[in-house]
Design a protein around this ligand. Structure first.
Ligand code: TEU
Ligand code: CA
Length: 555
C-alpha cells in the first residue's frame, strides 16, 4: 500500500510567518501561500513541508500549539487551509505538515486542566515534586534548549512541570496511553483531510529516561541533557506508525536530534515500521561546537560526516539539507566570503547537495540566495536569541559583546527574515511593516530579479531539479567521495550499474586545481550541469574557477 514516492522527491520548506502576507497585516499567512503556489510549482519541487500553522500563542512561533485541530487566527481559517491543500494537490504538490508532539502550549486545554491535580490530564504532562526540604529546588538538573532550568514551579499544586523548550511549552507525558491514542487520532484527523505526511518535531525527545536522573552538561544552565531516544522511544514510534502513519500513503521525516548513522537503521529502515526518514544534524555541527560556539568550517570534516549517512544501507533513505528555519543561511555559512560571487556560491552549494543520495529539502529563500542578516540586538525576535541575551546579561554582562558576535553567526532569526519577492515596498512580502526586519539586501536579492535573468540562482535550481528528476543513478546509486581529504573541493561519484555521475564542486572563492584520481577512468565525459557557461571538457587535471560546480556523466 505504501509507495515510496519520497525517494525521488524534492521538498520545499515554508516558514509561514515569513513567506508571504496575504491580508496586509505584516504577518505571512495561508492566503499568501495560496498566491505563491504557481511559483512553488515552478521551482520543480514535489512536496511542501509547512512549519506549524495550528492555533498557538506564538511563544515559539507556532511550535507551541494550543489546538492541534485548528488554524492560527493570524494565518487564516481551516477553509483557507483546505483551499491551499487543494491548490497544492491540483498542481501535483504533496503537503507535509509539522507534527509537534513532544510538547504543547501551556495554553492547550490539556495543560490548563492538567494544573488541577485531580484531573485525568494531570498525567498528560510531566509533573514532579521538587528537591530540597521545601521542594523549592527543581526535580533534576536538566536545562531547557532555550537556556535555564527545564522545570517550572507551579504555586497552586506545589509541583514542577518539565519543559525542554520554553516554559510555555510543557512536555507531554508519552507514558500515558490515552495521550498516545489522542495523538494518533489527531494525526489521522489530518490524514483524513488529505495531508501527505508529517515532519516530526524533536521526536527523539518523547521518551524520557526512567526516573529522570540528573544529566551531564558542559555549562550550568546551558547544554543538552540525556533525554534523547529514551528507553521507550522505538516502542512509541512503532505504535504511532501502526495506528496512523502506516495506514496512509504518507511520508514521515523525524527531526531526530542525537540520532547517529549507527542507530538510524533501527529507526528508518524500510522494515522498521517507525519513520520513513530522519533529519540528522551532524553536518550542522561542523562549524558550531555544541550547537552554539562558532568554529571554522572544515570541508573535509563536513564531507566525512555526510559520507557516513550516504553509506547507510539502500533500505534507508537519507535526507539532504543546508538550511531550515532554525539554522543560519548557508550563505555565507558554508561558502565563506563570497564577495561578488554570491550566486555562483549558492549554485555550488546546491550542486553538492542535490546529487547525493537522499530526499533534498530547499528552505524558502535558499533558491534565490538569501543571506544572513546584520542584526542589532533589538532586531532579534526569536525566543532563543532573546533568552540567550537575557541570561548572559543577568549572569555575566562582560560576555555580552561575545554573545552578540555569536548570535550574528548562530541565531535562528537569519532564516526568518521575510521572503524577498521584489525590490519594491517591503520586498513585496507585505503591504504593511513586516513582523520582523527585512534583510536590507532585498533591493539586490529578490525573486523578481531572479526571474528576469536566465542565469540566476533560481533558474539554476530549476535546471538542477529538472535534471535530477527520475534519474536512477541519483535516486539509488552508490555514493563515493573523490579525494575526501581535499579541503577546497567537494567531489563524488555516483554509480548505478553502467551509469556513472561525477560531481565536482569548488567551495572556494578562488581558482583551484584538482587532479582526478588515477583509478577514475572513462572514455567520454558529458557535461550535464554547470554554473559556468564555457566549461572545458573533463581531463584528469581540472582547473576550477571560483565556486565552479559541474556534473558529468561518465562513459
Ligand atoms: O527544534 C529543535 C531544536 O533543538 C532547535 O530548537 C534548536 O534551536 C536548533 O537545533 C538550534 O540549536 C524544533 C523546531 O524546529 C524549533 O523551531 C522549535 O523551537 C523547537 O523544536 C521546539 O518545538
Ligand atoms: Ca497576514
Amino acid at each position: 500500500m505504501k509507495s515510496r514516492w519520497y525517494k525521488d522527491a524534492v521538498v520545499y520548506q515554508i516558514y509561514p510567518r515569513s513567506f508571504c502576507d496575504g491580508n496586509g497585516d505584516g504577518i505571512g499567512d495561508i492566503r499568501g501561500i495560496i498566491s505563491k503556489l504557481d511559483y512553488i510549482k515552478s521551482i520543480g519541487v514535489d512536496a511542501v513541508w509547512l512549519s506549524p500553522v495550528y492555533k498557538s500563542p506564538n511563544d515559539d512561533n507556532g511550535y507551541d500549539i494550543s489546538d492541534y485541530k485548528d488554524i492560527m487566527d493570524e494565518f487564516g481559517t481551516l477553509d483557507d487551509w483546505k483551499e491551499m491543500l487543494d491548490g497544492m494537490h491540483a498542481r501535483g504538490i504533496k503537503l507535509i505538515m509539522d507534527l509537534v508532539v513532544n510538547h504543547t502550549s501551556d495554553e492547550h486545554v490539556w495543560f490548563v486542566q492538567s494544573r488541577n491535580k485531580d484531573s485525568k490530564y494531570r498525567d498528560y504532562y510531566i509533573w514532579r515534586k521538587g528537591r530540597g526540604k521545601d521542594g523549592k529546588k527543581p526535580p533534576n538538573n536538566w536545562t531547557s534548549n532555550f537556556v535555564g532550568p527545564a522545570w517550572e514551579y507551579d504555586e497552586q499544586s506545589g509541583e514542577w512541570y518539565l519543559h525542554l523548550f520554553s516554559k510555555k511549552q510543557p512536555d507531554l507525558n508519552w507514558e500515558n496511553p490515552e495521550l498516545r491514542q489522542e495523538i494518533a487520532d489527531m494525526c489521522n484527523f489530518w490524514f483524513d483531510l488529505g495531508v501527505d505526511g508529517f515532519r516530526c518535531d524533536v521526536i527523539t525527545y518523547i521518551s524520557k529516561r526512567d526516573g529522570l536522573p540528573d544529566g551531564k552538561r558542559a555549562f550550568p544552565l546551558i547544554g543538552q541533557e540525556q533525554y534523547v531516544m529514551g528507553p521507550r522511544y522505538h516502542e512509541y514510534m512503532r505504535e504511532l506508525n501502526e495506528r496512523s502513519f502506516s495506514r496512509y500513503d504518507s511520508m514521515t521525516v523525524g527531526e531526530s536530534i542525537g540520532i547517529t548513522p549507527d542507530n538510524a537503521v533501527e529507526s528508518i529502515d524500510e522494515s522498521a515500521g517507525e519513520l520513513d526518514t530522519v533529519f540528522s544534524f551532524d553536518h550542522m555541527g561542523v562549524d558550531f561546537k555544541m550547537n552554539v560556539i562558532p568554529v571554522k568550517f572544515n570541508l573535509a570534516k563536513y564531507k566525512k560526516v555526510l559520507d557516513r549517512w550516504q553509506q547507510l544501507p539502500k533500505s534507508c533513505q537519507p535526507t539532504l539539507f543546508l538550511e531550515n528555519h532554525d539554522q543560519p543561511r548557508c550563505l555565507p555559512r558554508f561558502s565563506g566570503d563570497y564577495g561578488n560571487n554570491r550566486e555562483k556560491a549558492g549554485m555550488a552549494l546546491a550542486v553538492a547537495m542535490l546529487f547525493m543520495r537522499g530526499t533534498p529539502y530547499i528552505y524558502q529563500g535558499q533558491e534565490i540566495g538569501m543571506t544572513n542578516c546584520a542584526f542589532e540586538e533589538k532586531d532579534y525576535k526569536d525566543i532563543m536569541a532573546i533568552r540567550v541575551f537575557e541570561l548572559i546579561r543577568k549572569i555575566f554582562p562582560p560576555l555580552m559583546p561575545y554573545a552578540r558576535k555569536v548570535m550574528l553567526k548562530r541565531a535562528r532569526d537569519h532564516a526568518r527574515t521575510p521572503m524577498q519577492w521584489s525590490d519594491g515596498k517591503n520586498a513585496g512580502f507585505s503591504q504593511a511593516q513586516p513582523w520582523m526586519m527585512l534583510n536590507p539586501n532585498y533591493k539586490q536579492i529578490n525573486v523578481e530579479d531572479n526571474e528576469s535573468r536566465s542565469d540566476s540562482l533560481l533558474n539554476f535550481y530549476r535546471k538542477a531539479l529538472a535534471y535530477r528528476k527520475g534519474k536512477e543513478v541519483i535516486i539509488s546509486g552508490d555514493f563515493s567521495l573523490v579525494r575526501p581529504k581535499d579541503k577546497r573541493i567537494f567531489a563524488y561519484l555516483r554509480t548505478c550499474g553502467e551509469q556513472r555521475l561525477l560531481v565536482v564542486v569548488n567551495y572556494k572563492n578562488k581558482p583551484v586545481k584538482f587532479n582526478l584520481p588515477q583509478g577514475l577512468t572513462f572514455t567520454r565525459a558529458q557535461l550535464a550541469l554547470s554554473n559556468y557557461t564555457d566549461l572545458p571538457t573533463l581531463s584528469s587535471q581540472l582547473r576550477l574557477r571560483e565556486y565552479e560546480a559541474a556534473v558529468y556523466e561518465l562513459y
